[in-house]
Design a protein around this ligand. Structure first.
Ligand SMILES: Cc1cc2nc3c(=O)[nH]c(=O)nc-3n(C[C@H](O)[C@H](O)[C@H](O)COP(=O)(O)O)c2cc1C
Length: 185
């Protein structure tokens, strides 16, 4: 499956002038997304039929795109097969997919992805950092916490926040500050 690995790949999905962290589920040769109704990502896929997976190592981008919109100048257009798509300018790699809604249930749509292009832009090596990983975990919990303020989710966020403070670098600590502000609103 090209650049993606088996299991769930937590990438930044770009659609037309929109970005959000989304999991791409890879099983054997197939790739799918499960998208909650009401997200811009599913609405744009419905209209345009494409999505780009951006591989990026900046924790701040994960937090910002989970809760907010990015300015237009974070995006750049690319040709992928017969489509014009948009990716993040600072992505280390990007993979463009045709996206078709396979099934819809009450709250979510299952989207089948067919790869049309991929490109590696940065060959950098990124050692495992628990602070970065904890930003991803805390952000997942944060996107749910803002909907229900479940105290159990708050405990999980606080646990990951302490790992970010212990193991992260300045960019992880900046991302944590933003995350804590977003979930306060
Ligand atoms: C690491 C991570 C993975 C996520 N995976 C998904 C996912 O697979 N499907 C989904 O609908 N939302 C997922 N979310 C939540 C969305 O990113 C969040 O609802 C976002 O606000 C949607 O943005 P949009 O409205 O611009 O599409 C994930 C969040 C994080 C932090």
């Amino acid at each position: 499956m090209g650049l993606l690995g088996e299991g769930i790949n937590e990438i930044i999905a770009t659609t037309r002038k929109n970005a959000a962290p989304i999991g791409i589920i890879v099983k054997g040769d197939s790739a799918r997304m499960v998208l909650f109704h009401g997200t811009h990502t599913i609405e744009n896929i419905r209209k345009d039929g494409w999505v780009v997976a951006n591989i990026i190592h900046d924790p701040v981008i994960y937090v910002k795109t989970a809760f907010d919109d990015l300015p237009d100048d974070y995006f750049i257009s690319e040709n992928a097969g017969d489509m014009e798509v948009q990716r993040l300018k600072d992505a280390s790699a990007w993979i463009a997919f045709k996206a078709e809604i396979e099934r819809e249930s009450g709250g979510a749509a299952i989207v089948r992805l067919t790869q049309v292009a991929e490109k590696i832009l940065d060959e950098g090596i990124y050692p495992v950092n628990r602070g970065f990983n904890s930003i991803i975990e805390a952000t997942v919990h944060g996107t749910r916490y803002i909907m229900n303020h479940d105290p159990r989710l708050r405990e999980l966020i606080d646990h990951h926040a302490s790992l970010v403070r212990k193991c992260g670098g300045s960019r992880e600590r900046e991302a944590l500050g933003l995350l804590l502000d977003y979930i306060k609103k």
